[in-house]
Design a protein around this ligand. Structure first.
Ligand code: F6R
Length: 243
């Protein structure tokens, strides 16, 4: 694992965008694995800026997102489809037909997972997977568990995740309790993984996930076994580790 410590969130976001941008420059038809959440927002803003400056061309890029809430319509402003469109897709020249997320409106969970695994197979493997990390060590929505899920699954979100997500919804009852997520096996199959962590609140999990034992109780810990992981964190997120 390579660790890149940055001054602050802005610096982290610039460096992350530079790495994603370099991937697209080096391989214009890259398959990018993308994440939502608050951490990558500025990274996407920087990619949009680079596109607007003429430095990046997304016309041949395909993207596969990690996850989507079960039961949220794409038009719902809390769906991850909406998020991706809002923060990245509508601002750059990516072909909307080559941007993929699990279908949150597919009520048949087995079918939704099967369909998304079909998509992941069809795109032919992720070149660069962007990740954030949950306070409990989740990646995608792979919550702490007794096993590492291989392929796409429908998960019951952990209570702590539901509470963390509540800030985006009018009430607790409105927060989706289930989600579809890429499995750990799929995430681990990406050629390169870029994981971002920002803020004091992530310091303990950064230490546990990357310097503690590898266990499905801390899903991100599996990344220690991946041959090409870059962890970019700001000083606050790296405050409990020595690198
Ligand atoms: C989002 C995702 C989640 C987030 C994680 C951290 O697609 O897969 O694993 O990366 O919950 O979220 P933030 O960045 O909001 O702290």
């Amino acid at each position: 694992m390579r660790f890149i410590k940055t001054k602050d969130y802005e610096d982290m976001s610039r460096k992350a965008a530079n790495i994603i941008g370099a991937q697209v420059v080096l391989k214009p038809a890259s398959v990018l694995g993308l994440a939502t959440g608050s951490t990558p927002i500025k990274t996407y803003a920087n990619l949009v800026k680079d596109y607007q400056n003429g430095d990046l061309d997304f016309s041949q890029v395909s993207s596969v997102n990690l996850d989507e809430y079960k039961g949220l319509d794409r038009k719902n402003d809390q769906s991850y489809f909406y998020f991706m469109n809002d923060h990245l897709f509508k601002h750059v020249n990516i072909d909307p037909n080559r941007t993929f997320l699990p279908d949150g409106m597919e009520n048949d969970a087995a079918k939704a997972c099967r369909d998304y695994d079909g998509v992941l197979k069809a795109v032919g493997g992720v070149d660069l997977q962007l990740l954030g990390i949950g306070h409990n060590g989740h990646i995608g929505f792979n919550e702490p568990s007794d096993v590492f899920a291989d392929q796409t699954i429908c998960v019951d979100l952990a209570e702590s995740t539901i509470q963390a997500n509540q800030r985006f919804f009018a009430s607790y009852d409105d927060v989706p309790k289930r989600a579809y997520t890429m499995g750990i096996g799929t995430i681990m199959a990406a050629a390169r993984i870029l994981i971002l962590a920002s803020g004091e609140g992530k310091a303990a999990i950064v230490k546990a996930a990357f310097f503690g034992p590898v266990t499905p109780k801390v899903p991100a810990s599996i990344l220690q076994f991946h041959p090409d992981v870059i962890v970019i964190g700001d000083e606050a997120a790296f405050s409990q580790i020595t690198i």
